[in-house]
Write a protein that binds this ligand. Sequence first.
Ligand SMILES: NC(=O)c1ccc[n+]([C@@H]2O[C@H](COP(=O)([O-])OP(=O)(O)OC[C@H]3O[C@@H](n4cnc5c(N)ncnc54)[C@H](O)[C@@H]3O)[C@@H](O)[C@H]2O)c1
Length: 278
Amino acid sequence: MKVTVIGAGTMGNGIAQVFAQGGNEVVLTDIVEPVLEKARDTIANSLERLSKKGLISETPDQVKRRITFTKSIDDGAGSDIYVEAIVEKVELKKDILQKINEMANEDSIIATNTSSISINYLSGFVKHPENFLGMHFFNPPPVMKLIEIVTGVRTSKKAVEKIQEISKDLGKEPVVVKDYPGFVANRVLMPLLREAIVAYEEGVASKEDIDKTVKLGLNHPMGPLELADFVGLDVTYDVMKVLYDEFGDPRYKPPITLRNMVNAGLLGRKTGEGFYKY
Ligand SMILES: NC(=O)c1ccc[n+]([C@@H]2O[C@H](COP(=O)([O-])OP(=O)(O)OC[C@H]3O[C@@H](n4cnc5c(N)ncnc54)[C@H](O)[C@@H]3O)[C@@H](O)[C@H]2O)c1
């Protein structure tokens, strides 16, 4: 299959790698040249690690050869699958979906990796909404097993079944979810992160002890505050805001501490400081 991934940032490069490991010809496109260069390095390093651990059957070079890095989205013309993984901005996603309409075949599947924008809303911008769905990967895509397949009201059963099958072929575990705010994973995760931040605000325990409690007492691999740093505090804040706006439920209300950290540019790992220093 020919697969085009649009956006080569945190998620896009990993998604491209996953499809290439699955034997597909992949076009990875971004508007920013240095992002493409970084994506090339990230993928090369990830494949080396997987190869050393014996987790891929081909050499890293064999996999890399299937990926075309390009600033020209037109190189993705005639793809079987499009995965949109650009920034979480409706207007930009709308432009990209309209561009994909011009390049796609009648039966191409168009997927978005959005974490928080309604699939039904975005489906209004594609020519064939029956072939449009959410394919929500987790960070980092080459490692995380889950894919939430998010269905809109007009998504066809055929498209869902096809993406379920493809996800399994990629070595992933798909779950099918409806277009509800936060789908399942973020809906369940955000109240946990929020509660940990509020407990930290209230001085119930130190940040280290809050994380230790959840790791050792509840058997989570990461504590909620380290996880928020890993996801990005800006992303965490934006997702909470969407959930709070849509459900109106205070269990999703973004804590003021989180807002202040985001406004001050403490975004977690990516900026070198969040709840912890990196
Ligand atoms: N970061 C996560 O943990 C995570 C997890 C699941 C889903 N998502 C979703 O994945 C999507 C991408 O998130 P990310 O964290 O990879 O963002 P990111 O900011 O790391 O990457 C986005 C990339 O899109 C590129 N871009 C912007 N406009 C473009 C355009 N018109 N054409 C081509 N490329 C363009 C940017 O240059 C950037 O490199 C978002 O919808 C987000 O909600 C993120």
